[in-house]
Design a protein around this ligand. Structure first.
Ligand code: KG4
Ligand code: ZN
Length: 366
């Protein structure tokens, strides 16, 4: 009997510049994954932005210009490959800080043109969404909890380019709430990892904090009331002792977890109804920077076991912004023949649901 042909595998270079991480990576593999990380180079601009307590778009764009060439070179070197060995060049084309997005996209266009390779212009949120396929080969469909600095959404991921929105934040994104709360507690930017550490010895039950949207119909989120409550308590107890700060951080984190679990639980019921006829079982994926948080990861694990969902959360270095998720999402699109023209525009805003499949149908919203 003739043996089956081996599945084709692709090798893709991915560039990420939509916020304050300048990153490039080379990934090899085939959908549904997992993929192989041949290199994953990342430079965080935290030191440049921390004096301002947040990302300054102009500083970020300049830093991407200075850093990106060297980072791409290192990503290729560490993979032991050249541009000629790539099957495509992928870059974030939005949403994000437009100056940074332009730097990454224009660089990818130049590399693709010079090497005669296809260009793939990616939605950053789709790259986060597909990151669990890179790390674990999670099959479609899956319920996706996307929790990052700019986004907080629950959706059903049906296929590459097909996302059904279940709920989103009506005010702050969850990472933004972490960052703003950290600022109130005099912690440096980015606040999420700092809050996680400060909360370690804290008493989460000492301060009564609200759980916005708990038990509400649908799967929307809200975090601004929680942040305001932290501010009121911080003012009431000023100056804060180390114990006060640690108890507030723990209380905030516990409230965020309760809200996330309640909303995911509601979305699970809808997902089960809508996808009960598929044979894939019920899968939950968490992605985005906040999914690096250990308390949140453990909470989601417990919920998934209770609700009989399988759970996949990429390792923390693939949850926060990185080039590997861009290379992988590019690889997934390439495998479907979804490539872009050199005229594809950068987009500051670009919702994930109903992703346009061709560049020509995209409308620039800068
Ligand atoms: O996905 P990401 O790197 O960038 C965006 O696309 O937004 O997410 C960054 C966000 C920041 O708000 C950061 O504070 C938060 O993720 N974050 C965390 C943790 N690590 C990063 N939040 C809570 N706990 C963490 N360990
Ligand atoms: Zn991100």
């Amino acid at each position: 009997m003739p043996s089956k042909p081996l599945p084709k595998s692709w090798t893709v270079l991915g560039l990420e510049t939509s916020c304050d991480e300048t990153a490039a990576a080379v990934v090899r593999g085939a959908p549904p994954g997992p993929g192989e990380l041949l290199s994953n180079v990342m430079f965080s601009q935290v030191a440049e932005h921390s004096p301002y307590g947040g990302v300054v778009p102009e500083i970020a764009a300049r830093a991407h210009v200075e850093l990106l060439d060297g980072i791409v070179e290192r990503a290729l070197d560490e993979a032991g490959l050249t541009l000629a060995d790539m099957d495509a060049v992928a870059a974030t084309a939005g949403p994000g800080l437009i100056g940074g997005v332009m730097v990454g996209l224009v660089t990818a266009k130049a590399l693709a043109l010079a090497a005669g390779k296809p260009l793939i212009a990616l939605n950053h949120l789709e790259a986060h969404a597909l990151s669990a396929r890179l790390s674990a080969g999670t099959p479609f469909p899956f319920l996706l909890l996307l929790i990052s600095g700019g986004h907080c959404q629950l959706m059903a991921a049906e296929a590459v380019g097909r996302y059904r929105l279940y709920g989103a934040t009506i005010d702050d994104a969850v990472g933004e709430a972490f960052d703003k709360t950290a600022k109130l507690l005099a912690l440096p930017y980015p606040g999420g990892p700092q809050i996680e550490v400060l909360a370690l010895g804290g008493n989460a039950k000492r301060f009564a904090l609200p759980r916005p949207m708990l038990g509400r119909e649908g799967a929307d989120f809200s975090f601004s009331g929680l942040k305001t409550a932290v501010r009121s308590i911080a003012l009431e107890h000023a100056p804060l002792s180390d114990k006060d700060r640690s108890d507030l951080a723990a209380g905030f984190q516990a409230a965020v977890l309760d809200v996330l679990l309640d909303r995911v639980h509601a979305a699970m019921q809808r997902f089960r109804t809508e996808f009960s006829n598929t044979n894939a079982g019920c899968n939950l994926v968490a992605a985005g920077g906040v999914a690096a948080n250990k308390i949140i990861r453990h909470g989601l694990e417990r919920l998934a076991v209770r609700e009989e969902f399988s759970l996949s959360i990429p390792p923390p270095f693939l949850c926060t912004d990185n080039g590997a998720m861009i290379a992988w999402a590019g690889l997934e699109r390439l495998s479907l023949g979804l490539i872009d023209g050199l005229d594809v525009p950068p987009l500051a805003r670009w919702p994930l649901q109903n992703l346009a499949k061709s560049a020509s149908s995209r409308v620039a919203v800068a």
